[in-house]
Write a protein of this length. Structure first.
Length: 169
């Protein structure tokens, strides 16, 4: 029986920079940016996300920092992303949350708050090591906070900001 595997390259857009995500035998099934970040986090639990800044420096959130953990996360990123990411220009940032925890909270958050009238969007904000919720009016923030408490998501882990409604044309 022949197996045909179609692999394709995905482009991850972070902070205005495109980072090609190469398919390889370990990431061929990962299709989204969040899934790839989850794979890095499964390999190094202290990993809290990453992004490329406008200066093209790769910034990596870690919940704990030591030379061994930094080496471990660099190895995990290299395995998941291949040699397409330059790991010679990195900055380690103190993260409060692991990426897998943020991802789990995000899935719960999205299902729990998007039904509230006036909630515009939810996001797993890799550049802040936080979740983000956009609301149309300030009074909706309290409804979102109440729901976060019900869901068991720490309020400190979520940025709630006022934003304009999304207009579909």
């Amino acid at each position: 029986m022949k197996k045909i595997i179609a692999l394709f390259s995905v482009t991850l857009v972070l902070m205005g920079s495109s980072i090609p995500i190469p398919p390889n035998h370990e990431t061929a099934l990962a299709q989204t940016a969040d899934e790839l970040l989850c794979e890095v986090a499964r390999r190094e639990p202290h990993f809290g996300g990453m992004f490329v800044g406008p200066d093209r420096v790769l910034r990596i959130y870690l919940s704990e920092e030591s030379p061994d953990i930094v080496a471990s996360v660099k190895k995990a990123i290299a395995i998941v992303y291949g040699d397409r990411l330059a790991l010679n220009r990195i900055q380690v940032l103190k993260g409060e949350y692991g990426f897998l925890q943020l991802k789990a909270w995000y899935e719960s958050l999205s299902a729990g708050v998007l039904g509230i009238p006036g909630v515009v969007f939810t996001d797993l904000e890799e550049t802040k090591n936080r979740l983000r919720v956009g609301v149309e009016k300030p009074e909706i923030k309290d409804l979102v906070k109440d729901r976060l408490v019900q869901l068991g998501i720490p309020l400190e882990a979520v940025i709630i900001e006022e934003t304009k409604p999304i207009q579909l044309e």
